[in-house]
Design a protein around this ligand. Sequence first.
Ligand SMILES: *Cc1c(COP(=O)(O)O)cnc(C)c1O
Length: 375
Amino acid sequence: MEIKNIYVTRPCLPSLEEYTELLRRIWESKTLTNSGPFHQEFERALAEHLGVKYVAIFANGTLALITALQALRITGEVITTPFSFVATTHSIWWNGIKPVFADITGSDYNIDPVRIESAITPKTTAILPVHVYGNPCNVEAIQKIARTYGLRVIYDAAHAFDVRINGDSVLNFGDLSVLSFHATKVFNTVEGGAIVCHDEETKQRIDYLKNFGYDGETTVIAPGINAKMNELQAAYGLLQLKSVRSCIESRKLVAYKYRELLKGVSGIRCLQDIQGVGHNYGHFPILVEKSNYGVSRDALYDFLRQRNIFPRKYFYPLISNFPTYMGLDSAQPSNLPVANEAAKNVLCLPIYPDLDLGTVATISGLIKTFGRKTV
Ligand SMILES: *Cc1c(COP(=O)(O)O)cnc(C)c1O
């Protein structure tokens, strides 16, 4: 069967009619940015939707990460995971802080609390874990370490929009959580991001920092940056909020279909739902175990691409293996065996709300027949 190009993700878009109406209001008001009415409304609506206290919206997730570290005045060394998108470590680097990599666990690909503890030095001031693929980190263990050693915790929650633990937002853990609203994420504002915080004072500081450090017209409280979200994107985001829950429901159907169809395939392992966790199904990673599947992750990747299916090797290469970071002691592969294995064997399959289940069956069928020892 001839398949048209199937990419790893496709964005959810708001209704064009409704967006046109909001654009008309922006045109009439001529308020385009600088914390206009849509900016303010979107921040309030997000806080309510996510079940968090304060949200500060940003032009993108990377600027939000950089600003989050500034907001807490983080210095010295920050412990983080190499199994993420490069922006996680870049945000540390842009603050003149030394990233220290700690290995992940093989069960959920998140930073391993045991390895965090052994990476702590007198210079460590914070931990920057990532809820990889939206699966929550071991937030309790991380909190305990932070309390014991007096460290701050900033979660890169770029994958964790609407993720809950026993009904509570995962964004309520740690000192700050950072979201990305890039077009490839579960919830998008074309480009965009946010910092979630728990008290008004921190929210105020973040708001100053994202607007050059300005407090009023003539006072600058710190060397801030320009990281504001504009009114066109805030209005778009407001509309998107209405459909994000149903988008997640559709993603769930795709994920469950893959799991059902790939169940008996020897050497292919899918992540399962975690008890008590409300997932967002933003990614569908599979682990390709060559010894059982018969062929490697890379061979499967090439095979699918030749058939116009474009999965992604998230996260290959590991951040610690990019030339910029590979010189760090903590970046040595011997320090990060689990992450290096994951980078070699994980493949993220296409998943998005309007991916039809017939295509999911086609992709699963191809994966099944390509393995040698399929049962
Ligand atoms: C997408 C992403 C970012 C960066 O967000 P942008 O909005 O693209 O700047 C940071 N961290 C992780 C884990 C991401 O997936």
